[in-house]
Write a protein that binds this ligand. Structure first.
Ligand SMILES: *Cc1c(COP(=O)(O)O)cnc(C)c1O
Length: 415
């Protein structure tokens, strides 16, 4: 065996400016390098409680059940949908991008009766349109995506909670891509469940999904039966309703593990918990509102630079996420060639696109640890050079000057 093939892992240096994952904050990587402790060590259970308290602040909620699902963001989505949706339940999914389709697919696996409404990609829904569909379909749950990275659009959620309350509908959102970089008010907006991930604005690796559940959602979950009589000890197990078709994602059992009962379920992914706790700590140290404003600033500077280069921004700019920007690939330019050149010659990764947008736009992220001026300036200058090399002529230097102007304006600098 040629052991040279198996040298120590040493990934190449990259600046990750795509729609996620992005470079992790070094503080998060350091937290992950800490030694393990037992899952019932008082130090460990204390870290779990602290993690719950930190995420309550980030989700802007009083919800007791604010915790982690071990797995990537879609583990959080699946856990919530499997635990909340009973076979046959009618659900409504407003689809405005790829992740709306993911919610539909997962809901179908829960054997829900799935109904969708759609807007063209690059747009979002008005509250009226969603309320009209709720009145017509009478769903048990409304499943939304807050920021759909596939289109870069941010669905306004603030008015949907009241609508859901009036019609007795459970209200869920997948905030993976938007969380920490755009406002999200779990309690004020009447959300019953929210799930997120670390690898976007939180500046960590994928592999842990912070979630929060309202008391109403908790009650819905605890009405579900547990399969095995032998391990019934906690309240949710006396439920009347059809069982949850997963052990790992049975949030009733996950709650009993995170709660004072500490009933054995999975072994909490310790290093990921350290990462999730550090992500939240770092974000709260900066201040959530300041962090959101930072994402807005670097997103706007990037847009100014791209427009300064003569490129067009994709979609409804009024409803764009702060942290991801879609750029229309100019006529005659091969999108993939540009991406390869950026990666090979500058070690900068930007994103491609899916479905109807494939080959039409690039997606550039300014999020988490990479929502920084130096990252924006480097990406703009590299992209400008690569585009000129491939025959798209720009006024050289205009992009950086436009981005600088945006930064100076926010700092009150006049020249
Ligand atoms: C990036 C993203 C995810 C990621 O899910 P993973 O399971 O962590 O890959 C989920 N939802 C949305 C809206 C996203 O943008």
């Amino acid at each position: 065996m040629n052991n040279d093939l198996y040298a120590q892992i040493n990934p190449p240096h990259r600046l990750l400016m795509g729609p996620g994952p992005i470079n992790a904050d070094p503080r998060v990587l350091r937290a992950m390098a800490c030694q393990l402790i037992g899952q019932y060590d008082p130090a460990m259970t204390e870290y779990m409680n602290q993690t719950m308290a930190l995420y309550r602040q980030l989700f802007r909620t009083e919800n007791r059940w604010t915790m982690l699902v071990d797995g990537t963001s879609r583990a959080g989505i699946e856990a919530i949908l499997l635990s909340a949706i009973r076979p046959g339940d009618r659900v409504l999914v407003p689809v405005f991008g790829r992740f709306g389709h993911l919610l539909c697919e997962i809901a179908r696996r829960c054997r829900a009766d799935v109904h969708t409404i759609e807007v063209p990609w690059g747009e979002v829904f008005t509250p009226d349109k969603i309320e009209y569909a709720i009145q017509r379909l009478r769903p048990r749950a409304l499943l939304t995506v807050q920021g759909d990275t596939s289109t870069t659009m941010l669905q306004p959620l603030a008015e949907l909670g009241d609508i859901c309350r009036r019609h007795d509908v459970l209200f869920y959102t997948d905030a993976t891509a938007s969380f920490g970089g755009n406002a999200l008010e779990t309690d004020a907006w009447g959300l019953d469940a929210v799930s997120a991930g670390l690898q976007k604005c939180l500046g960590g690796p994928s592999g842990s999904a912070p979630i929060t559940l309202s008391p109403k959602m908790e009650a819905a979950i605890r009405r579900r039966r547990c399969v095995e009589q032998g391990i019934r000890t906690a309240e949710h197990r006396d439920g009347e309703e059809e069982m949850i078709y997963s052990n790992y994602f049975d949030l009733g059992m996950v709650m009993d593990y995170w709660g004072p009962e500490r009933l054995n379920h999975h072994t909490e992914a310790t290093s990921m918990l350290f990462a999730a706790r550090e992500c939240a700590r770092v974000m709260l140290e900066e201040g959530l509102d300041k962090g959101i404003a930072r994402h807005a600033l670097h997103g706007e500077a990037l847009v100014a630079g791209l427009e300064g280069m003569g490129l067009r921004i994709y979609g409804d700019k009024q409803h764009k996420m702060n942290n991801v920007t879609g750029v229309v690939i100019p006529e005659g330019i091969q999108g993939e060639q540009i991406r390869h050149c950026l990666l090979n010659d500058f070690a900068i990764e930007i994103g491609t696109s899916f479905g109807p947008l494939q080959g039409k736009i690039w997606r550039i992220g300014t999020m988490g640890y990479n929502a920084r001026k130096d990252c924006v300036m480097q990406t703009l200058s590299a992209l400008e050079a690569v585009l000129n090399r491939h025959g798209f002529r720009t006024v050289q230097g205009a992009a950086l000057q436009a981005a600088w102007d945006r930064y100076d304006a926010s700092a009150g600098v006049t020249r």
